[in-house]
Design a protein around this ligand. Structure first.
Ligand code: PHE
Ligand code: ZN
Length: 881
C-alpha cells in the first residue's frame, strides 16, 4: 500500500475469487524485537490445495534466509517480485522457513510493525488488517487462510518489559544479557489479519472474569503510565459487553486471557486482533475532566464492537475482503443493539440514523459510491467506509426485523455453528439465517450488490365512501458511479396511521378478517405496490418507515400540519424525531426560498415551542427535537450547492425557532439546568448537559450578549469536559473576540493531554466562515501540531475539510489548494490517512459553478500526479471522474 503508483494499479474483482492454492496449517513466529530493526523468523507448515506454485505475499521485507523442508534455497530457486515470493514445490506439504528483517521506527504508515510514541519512551505494536501481515513476514496474506499460531517474542527486558501476543500464554523467561522471552499459543485457527503483538513499557489494570460457560478469563487493559488511570470505564464496558453477548447471543469468550491496548498512533478506531485488541486511545480512555459524554458512549460502543468481533469476524471470518461487511455490518448492528440496551433505545436510533444521513447518504450519492459488498477494488483500505459499516448494519437490521427477535437469534446460532472456524460469505450468512427459519432471504442479496440510496415514494388516498385508505408505495434507486441500471430491493416499511387528534388506528389490511396492532410492517418487494387499509373513518396521517425500518429516502407529500401532528403526538421517540426532521426539511425550504412566513416554518416552530413550553418531553429527546438536519444533510435540498447560503438559511430557521420559543423562556430553562449541573454520568445528567447546550446556541441567535456571558461563565464553572467544550464552542462561534482568552486557557490547561488537545484543534477547525482557513493555518504552527499523528491530522485537517462546509468550500478555492498541498505531504508519511482526508472532495461536482471550477482544478491536478500512494491515487481517480 505504501508503494507509489508508478506500478499500474491492478483491480481486484469479486468475480475472480479462487480458493487458496496453498494453505498454512501452523505458523511458528519468533521475533527479535528492536525499535530500529526487528528480525522475524517464520516457520510455516503449508498444504497444497491446487496444482500451482506456492505464492506468498511480502512487502518491505529484507530477506535474510529462506529454506524449504530444511534445505536453504539459493537465488534462482525462487522468484521475488512485486511483493510476491513464488516457489515451485513438488510435494503436497512442505515446511517453509524464512528469516526477515524489518524497520519499525521507519514505519510511518502504521501498518505492519511500528513504533507508537517516541523512540526512547514509546512501544512497538502491529496492525495487520487488511494486508499488514505481509509487512511482517512472507505469508499467503488473505483472510481465507486460517492457521494455528505460536509466537515467541524476545527483547531487552528494560526497554520492553511487557511482551504480548494473541492466544494463551505458554511460558516466559530470561535469556541472559538483559533479554527475556515470552511465548503464546493460539488454539483457534485465524487469518493473518488478526495476528498481533505489542511490546514495551506499559501499565495495566486487570479484572478476573468468569464466562457464562465457566471459563476463568484474565482481562487486562494496557496503556502508558500517564493514562492508565483513565482505563476504568473501558474495563466496565468490556465486562458489560461480555455479559451482554452471553445473554443475547449465547456467545462466550474462548481464551484464558484477553488483552486490550491503547495507543495514540493508530489509523482507525480500534482493531479486533484475536485475544489482543488494540485501540486508538480516543476510543479507550475516558475521564470526566477530559472526555465528553459523547466520548464516554463511544468508548462503550467501540469496546463492545471489538469484543463482539471475537465471534462475528474472528471465529467466523470473511472469505475475501469483498465480504468485509459480513463482519463489519453485522458487528456494528450488534454494537448498536448493545448500546441501545445499555442506554436509551430511541436516542441511540436517532444518533445512528443521523450518522447514516450525514456520512453514508452523501457517500452513496457521489463518485465514491459502492455497494455494501463491492464488486471490485484497487485498494481495500479505502473500503472501510460508512457504506460497508453503517449501511451494512442497516441491512442486518432489516434481516433481523424480518425474522423477529427469536428467529434472528436462531439464525445467528446456526450461522455461528455452521461456519465456526471458517471464512464465510454474505450468501452463507443469508442462507444460515434463512435455513434456521424456513425463510428465503435471498431477495435481500440485491441490497448488498447495489449502490445508491433508494427513494421510497408514498401516496395516500382516502375513500370516504368505502372507509378505505389506499397507500401506494413505489421505489426507484438513482444511477450511481458505474451502476446505471438498478433493480427493486425488498423495502420493509413499518407504519402506523394516526387520526387528526393524534391517536393511532388499529390496522386491518384488505382481505384480513380482523384488525391487528396499530403498528405493522409491510414489505415493498417490487417497483410499486398498493396497500389498502379498511375501516378508516377519516383521512389519516401515515407514519412511515418507523424506527427507520429501511435505509431509504422517503418522499411523501406531507402537509406541514400532518407532520406537526406526528411530531406532537407520536408516542415513539424516534418516530417523533423523524417527523420533526422531515418537517424541519420543509421549514428549511421556506427559509431557503426567503419565505419567512412559510407554513412549514410556522408549523415546525409552533410545534416545538409548544413542546418546549408544555414540559412533557424529556430533556434528551427535547434536545434532539430542537436540532434540525445539519448543513451537510441539507445540501440535498439545494440544486446548486453553496454552503454559505445553506448555513444562512439554516441559521434563519433556528433564529425563527428561538424567537418563537422566546429569549426569556430560553434563559429561564437554561438557568434551571445550570443550577442542576453536575459532572455525573447518569442519563438524566447527560441529557441536561445536552439540552443546556442546545438552549445556549438558540439563545445566541436572539440574545448574543446574554448567551456569550452565560457561555463564558459556564466555561469557567464547568465540572467536566462536556460543559467546558460546549461553552467554548458557543463563545467562539457567536462572540469570537471574547473567546481568545478561554481558548488560550484551555490550551494551557490541557497541555500534554493529547485527546483533549485534539478536541481543541477540532473545535476551532469547525468554526464556520471564510476566516476558518487562516485559523487552521495558524494552528498548524502550534508546537503540538504534527502531520505524523493520525488523530491530530483528523482533528485539524479532517474536521476542517469534512465538517466545516463554509470554511472548506471558500468561494475562492484557497482551502482546496491548501488541502491539496497538505495531502501530498501526509501521503508521503501515511497513505491511509491521506486517502481518508481526500474524500472531502467527494461532492465537488454538485457545488455551484464558481466553487466547482476551483475544486475541479485542484482535484484534476492531484489526480494527474504519478508520485502518490495507491490509496490516495485510488480516491482521487474515482473522485475526479
Ligand atoms: N476492523 C476494525 C473494526 O472495525 C477496523 C480496522 C480496519 C482497524 C483496518 C484497523 C485497520 O473494528
Ligand atoms: Zn469492526
Amino acid at each position: 500500500m505504501s508503494d507509489r503508483s508508478d506500478a499500474p494499479t491492478s483491480v481486484i474483482r469479486l468475480a475472480d475469487y479462487r480458493p487458496p492454492a496453498w494453505t498454512v496449517e501452523r505458523v511458528d513466529l519468533a521475533f527479535d524485537l528492536g525499535i530500529d530493526r526487528t528480525e522475524v523468523a517464520a516457520t510455516l507448515e503449508l498444504v497444497r490445495q491446487a496444482d500451482e506454485p506456492m505464492r506468498l505475499n511480502g512487502e518491505g521485507l529484507e530477506l535474510l534466509e529462506l529454506s524449504v523442508d530444511g534445505r536453504r534455497l539459493g537465488e534462482g530457486e525462487y522468484i521475488l517480485a512485486n511483493g510476491v515470493l513464488e516457489i515451485a514445490v513438488d510435494g503436497d506439504r512442505c515446511t517453509l522457513a524464512t528469516r526477515v528483517a524489518i524497520r519499525p521506527a521507519e514505519n510511518t504508515a502504521l501498518e505492519g510493525l511500528y513504533l507508537s510514541g517516541s523512540r526512547d519512551k514509546g512501544f512497538l505494536l502491529t496492525q495487520c488488517e487488511a494486508e499488514g501481515f505481509r509487512h511482517i513476514t512472507f505469508f499467503p496474506d488473505r483472510p481465507d487462510v486460517l492457521s494455528r499460531y505460536t509466537v515467541t517474542l524476545r527483547a531487552d527486558r528494560a526497554r520492553f518489559p511487557v511482551l504480548l501476543a494473541g492466544g494463551n500464554p505458554d511460558g516466559a523467561g530470561e535469556l541472559g544479557d538483559g533479554r527475556h522471552w515470552a511465548r503464546f499459543v493460539d488454539p483457534h485457527p485465524k487469518p493473518s489479519y488478526l495476528f498481533a503483538v505489542v511490546a514495551g513499557r506499559l501499565e495495566r489494570i486487570s479484572h478476573d472474569y468468569t464466562t457464562a460457560d465457566g471459563r476463568a478469563v484474565a482481562l487486562h487493559i494496557w496503556a502508558e503510565a500517564d493514562v492508565i488511570d483513565r482505563c476504568g470505564y473501558a474495563m466496565d464496558s468490556l465486562i458489560r459487553s461480555m455479559q451482554w453477548d452471553e445473554r443475547t447471543y449465547g456467545r462466550n469468550y474462548d481464551l484464558d486471557v484477553f488483552h486490550v491496548v491503547a495507543t495514540h498512533d493508530f489509523n482507525m478506531g480500534a482493531m479486533e486482533n484475536k485475544g489482543l485488541n488494540i485501540f486508538n486511545a480516543k476510543y479507550l480512555l475516558a475521564d470526566p475532566d477530559s472526555s465528553t459524554d459523547d466520548e464516554y458512549r463511544h468508548v462503550e460502543a467501540v469496546v463492545a464492537h471489538e469484543y463482539f468481533h471475537n465471534w462475528s469476524g474472528n471465529r467466523v471470518t470473511c472469505r475475501d475482503w469483498f465480504q468485509l461487511s459480513l463482519k463489519e455490518g453485522l458487528t456494528v448492528f450488534r454494537e448498536q443493539s448493545f448500546s441501545a440496551d445499555m442506554n436509551s433505545a430511541p436516542l441511540k436510533r436517532i444518533e445512528d440514523v443521523a450518522l447514516l444521513r450525514r456520512a453514508q447518504f452523501p457517500e452513496d450519492a457521489g463518485p465514491l459510491s459502492h455497494p455494501v459488498r463491492p464488486s471490485q477494488y484497487s485498494e481495500i483500505n479505502n473500503f472501510y467506509t460508512a457504506t460497508v459499516y453503517e449501511k451494512g448494519s442497516e441491512l442486518v437490521r432489516m434481516l433481523a426485523g424480518h425474522l423477529g427477535r427469536d428467529g434472528f437469534r436462531k439464525g445467528m446460532d446456526l450461522y455461528f455453528a455452521r461456519h465456526d472456524g471458517q471464512a464465510a460469505t454474505i450468501e452463507d450468512f443469508l442462507k444460515a439465517l434463512g435455513d434456521a427459519n424456513d425463510a428465503d432471504l435471498s431477495p435481500y442479496l440485491a441490497w448488498y450488490g447495489q449502490a445508491g440510496t433508494p427513494r421510497l415514494t408514498a401516496e395516500g388516498r382516502f375513500d370516504a365512501a368505502q372507509r378505505r385508505y389506499r397507500l401506494t408505495l413505489r421505489q426507484r434507486t438513482p444511477a450511481t458511479a458505474g451502476q446505471p441500471a438498478k433493480q427493486a430491493v425488498p423495502i420493509p416499511v413499518r407504519l402506523s396511521l394516526f387520526d387528526h387528534s393524534g391517536a393511532a388506528l388499529p390496522l386491518r389490511l384488505e382481505g384480513e378478517d380482523r384488525a391487528g396492532d396499530t403498528e405493522r410492517t409491510v414489505v415493498l418487494d417490487g417497483a410499486e405496490h398498493a396497500f389498502v387499509f379498511e375501516d378508516i373513518d377519516a383521512a389519516p396521517v401515515p407514519s412511515l418507515l418507523r424506527g427507520f425500518s429501511a435505509p431509504v429516502i422517503l418522499e411523501c407529500d406531507y402537509l406541514p400540519g400532518e407532520l406537526a401532528i406526528l411530531l406532537r403526538h407520536d408516542p415513539d421517540g424516534f418516530n417523533r424525531w423523524e417527523a420533526g426532521q422531515q418537517l424541519a426539511g420543509l421549514a428549511y425550504d421556506d427559509c431557503r426560498d426567503g419565505n419567512v412566513d412559510g407554513s412549514a416554518l410556522r408549523a415546525w416552530t409552533r410545534a416545538l415551542a409548544d413542546l418546549f413550553a408544555g414540559g412533557g418531553v424529556d430533556d434528551a429527546l427535547l434536545a434532539e427535537l430542537l436540532t434540525p438536519p445539519g448543513e451537510i444533510e441539507l445540501v440535498e435540498r439545494q440544486a446548486e450547492r453553496d454552503p454559505e447560503r445553506i448555513r444562512i438559511a439554516r441559521q434563519a430557521m433556528l433564529r425563527a425557532l428561538a424567537r418563537r420559543i422566546g429569549a426569556e423562556p430560553l434563559r429561564e430553562r437554561y438557568e434551571q439546568l445550570r443550577a442542576a449541573t453536575s459532572a455525573a454520568l447518569d442519563a438524566p445528567s447527560q441529557a441536561q448537559r445536552q439540552l443546556k447546550r442546545r438552549l445556549l446556541d438558540l439563545l445566541a441567535l436572539v440574545d448574543p450578549a446574554g448567551a456569550a456571558e452565560r457561555a463564558l461563565a459556564q466555561y469557567g464553572q464547568a465540572p467536566g469536559m462536556t460543559d467546558r467544550l460546549a461553552a467554548l464552542a458557543t463563545v467562539a462561534t457567536y462572540a469570537s473576540p471574547s473567546a481568545e482568552e478561554p481558548i488560550a486557557h484551555f490550551r494551557r490547561r490541557y497541555d500534554g493531554n493529547a485527546l483533549a488537545l485534539d478536541k481543541w484543534f477540532a473545535m476551532q477547525a469547525m468554526l464556520p466562515g471564510a476566516e476558518a482557513l487562516a485559523r487552521v493555518q495558524a494552528l498548524e504552527g502550534d508546537p503540538a501540531f504534527t502531520l505524523k499523528n493520525p488523530n491530530r491530522v483528523q482533528s485539524l485537517l479532517g474536521s476542517f475539510a469534512r465538517a466545516n462546509p463554509t470554511g472548506f468550500h471558500r468561494a475562492d478555492g484557497a482551502a482546496y489548494r491548501w488541502l491539496a498541498d497538505r495531502l501530498v505531504a501526509i501521503d508521503a508519511l501515511n497513505p491511509q490517512v491521506a486517502a481518508r482526508i481526500a474524500t472531502a472532495f467527494n461532492g465537488w461536482k454538485r457545488l455551484e459553478p464558481v466553487r466547482r471550477e476551483a475544486a475541479h482544478a485542484v482535484v484534476a491536478g492531484l489526480a494527474a500526479r504519478t508520485d502518490l500512494s495507491r490509496d490516495l491515487t485510488d480516491i482521487l481517480a474515482r473522485v475526479a471522474l
